[in-house]
Write a protein that binds this ligand. Structure first.
Ligand SMILES: Nc1ncnc2c1ncn2[C@@H]1O[C@H](COP(=O)(O)OP(=O)(O)OP(=O)(O)O)[C@@H](O)[C@H]1O
Ligand SMILES: [Mg+2]
Length: 228
């Protein structure tokens, strides 16, 4: 079931040798269950930082953050790990696939974090790879796949645990226009086909245009953008 997101007054700062860097400041965000939201912003504005908070990779330092029925600022370490494992699917710019494993094994391995048996995991991996149009690439290792195909494997992997929320960080950053369009269409289909919400951060205006709503991250806060 798709999870909504509600953030109020989120703040995040990094402590560096030359002083503290305040990245997110008093940021509010609402994502409805099943909504697909794109966040645009210049390099260094804190887009990846925002995704790591939404995905429970970092805990909010300030403010409140609710994903589905979970208040992330109150979860303990184990609960936060379970949240990452069971609730969220991640897609990254550089794919993050394991080179020694085939497409099918990469997706299946992500499924081992859940409690399903091996046969069910393999079956699900095949279904998901079929759904991203890679049913004939199950046994290819990443080096034998194009960039666009690798990112489609990564999308299938993100779905292995039936996430409530998919977070994508520059998913088309390493792809040509044609592959970007394919990956963008897959992301746009996730809410209706896989019952999850989607938050994508990107510089890619064409990708952002495929979302239900576009937000800009500027000076630590989100603002609504007119559709490009
Ligand atoms: N672990 C860290 N320690 C200190 N500073 C950090 C850390 N991570 C990020 N920063 C700084 O915080 C700012 C925001 O980083 P972030 O990665 O969230 O930006 P971004 O919007 O994703 O940028 P890009 O579009 O280049 O990926 C940057 O100025 C970065 O240098
Ligand atoms: Mg980034």
């Amino acid at each position: 079931m798709a999870a909504g997101v509600r953030a109020r007054g989120l703040g995040h700062r990094y402590q560096a040798a030359d002083g503290a860097l305040s990245v997110l400041r008093d940021l509010d965000l609402d994502v409805a269950p099943g909504e697909h939201v794109a966040v645009l912003g210049r390099s260094g504005t804190g887009k990846s930082t925002l995704l790591s908070l939404l995905g429970g990779l970092e805990r909010p330092q300030q403010g409140s953050l609710t994903v589905g029925d979970r208040d992330l600022e109150h979860l303990g370490g184990d609960e936060l790990a379970a949240f990452r494992r069971e609730t969220v699917g991640f897609v990254f710019q550089h794919f993050g696939l394991l080179e020694a494993l085939t497409a099918e094994e990469n997706v299946e391995l992500a499924g081992t974090l859940s409690r399903t048996g091996r046969r069910a995991r393999r079956q699900r991996a095949r279904e998901l790879l079929g759904a991203v149009g890679l049913g004939d690439r199950l046994h290819h290792r990443p080096h034998a796949l194009s960039g666009g195909e690798r990112q489609r494997v990564a999308v299938a992997r993100a779905l292995a645990n039936d996430p409530e929320l998919v977070l994508a960080d520059e998913p088309t950053g390493n792809l040509d226009d044609e592959s970007s369009a394919v990956v963008g269409a897959l992301l746009a289909d996730l809410p209706s086909r896989h019952g999850c919400s989607v938050v994508v951060v990107t510089h890619d205006r064409a990708l952002a245009a495929g979302a239900d709503r576009q937000l800009g991250l500027r000076e630590g806060r989100l603002e609504g953008l007119v559709a490009p």
